[in-house]
Design a protein around this ligand. Structure first.
Ligand code: BDR
Ligand code: CA
Length: 316
């Protein structure tokens, strides 16, 4: 199994991703690192512990990391994930506790102790990862790669051009891209495609399986934008798709592309992806060193990931 550490801001679709990752036999979830993003750090930690209860997972260590981005204050995403972070889903409090070390220290310990290089799976603003890599640069030798949900080669969501996770902490994302570790971008180009269509999602929400009801609630209750506006995320498995990418990369079309992160102006938080046939051939030269080569997912066999997701959870 692939040893992974999840970095999450649970979060409706982070919850789906955790359930999937824990259930998949091809993944060994060494630990979960929490960061402020979709909800406050305290909520993210509590939601993560509760979701591990739902998953019936053995004692996977959880720790809290950064409560705000490197430069800016944390900004609420309650309009997307609800005040508590899990939409309208209510789960009982957990007996589990977060470790009393920061998630930076938890990740360091897990990476150092792993006999095989670890894959970091970032499903949230990358503040924790940036802090980890800045503080312990030598860890890179035991990090296989960083798979992140974030960015876009096309449309944004936090702004017209910027995806939420990168937009929430653009400096952190830039540090991660610049780390020299191989990176894999599962951005909105694919994220926005993979979902469980109605009426299947509602059937889960009202069905007899307890896990199915949780998954169905997360899929269908996501985001109350008002009576006249359904969410653009309704039904999406979201972050869980980035975890599917680990175990079924064949469903994706990916390309090695130069990527850079905009840090200023309206485009702050945008991932610029050079999609030209001959990337890097600027008429005005001199900026080449600011681009990093990233494996970018550009298209996905969405029904295949939807089936994988449901089958792995025993709901297919
Ligand atoms: C990302 O932002 C959050 O709302 C989701 O959990 C996902 O990680 C999508 O832009
Ligand atoms: Ca997330």
């Amino acid at each position: 199994a692939i040893p992974v550490i999840l970095d999450v801001d649970t979060g409706v679709d982070d919850a789906l991703a955790i359930l999937f990752a824990v259930a998949h036999p091809g993944l060994d979830v060494l630990g979960i690192s929490c960061v402020a993003g979709n909800a406050s750090l305290e909520r993210v930690v509590e939601n993560t512990l509760r979701i591990l209860d739902v998953a019936g997972a053995p004692d996977i260590p959880v720790a809290a990391g950064a409560r705000r981005p490197l430069l800016e204050p944390a900004r609420s995403a309650s309009h997307v994930h609800g005040e508590g972070g899990l939409g309208t889903l209510r789960l009982p409090p957990s007996d589990r506790r977060a470790r009393d070390v920061s998630s930076i220290e938890l990740m360091r310990t897990l990476i150092e102790a792993s006999p095989h290089p670890v894959t970091l799976v970032a499903l949230a603003p990358q503040t924790n990862l940036a802090l980890l890599l800045r503080q312990y640069p030598d860890l890179t030798s035991n990090i296989e790669r960083i798979v992140f949900m974030g960015g876009s080669a096309s449309v944004g969501n936090a702004t017209a051009v910027a995806e939420f996770n990168v937009w929430h902490d653009p400096e952190a994302a830039a540090i991660v891209l610049d780390s020299g570790i191989p990176t894999f971008m599962y951005g909105l180009d694919v994220f926005n495609q993979v979902g469980i269509a109605e009426p299947a999602a509602s059937a889960l929400a009202t069905g007899s399986s307890e896990l199915g009801r949780v998954v169905g609630s997360l899929l269908t209750n996501r985001i109350v934008l008002g009576a006249d506006r359904t969410s653009e995320y309704s039904g999406l498995i979201g972050d869980a798709g980035a975890v599917c990418a680990l175990v079924d990369p064949g469903a994706l079309r990916t390309e090695m592309r130069p990527v850079r992160i905009q840090l200023s102006g309206y485009g702050r938080g945008q991932t610029l992806v050079d999609l030209r046939r001959h990337p890097g051939e600027d008429i005005v030269h001199g900026l080449a060193e600011e681009w990093e080569t990233v494996e970018v997912a550009l298209d996905v066999d969405a029904p295949r990931y939807a089936r994988l997701f449901l089958a792995t959870l025993g709901l297919g």
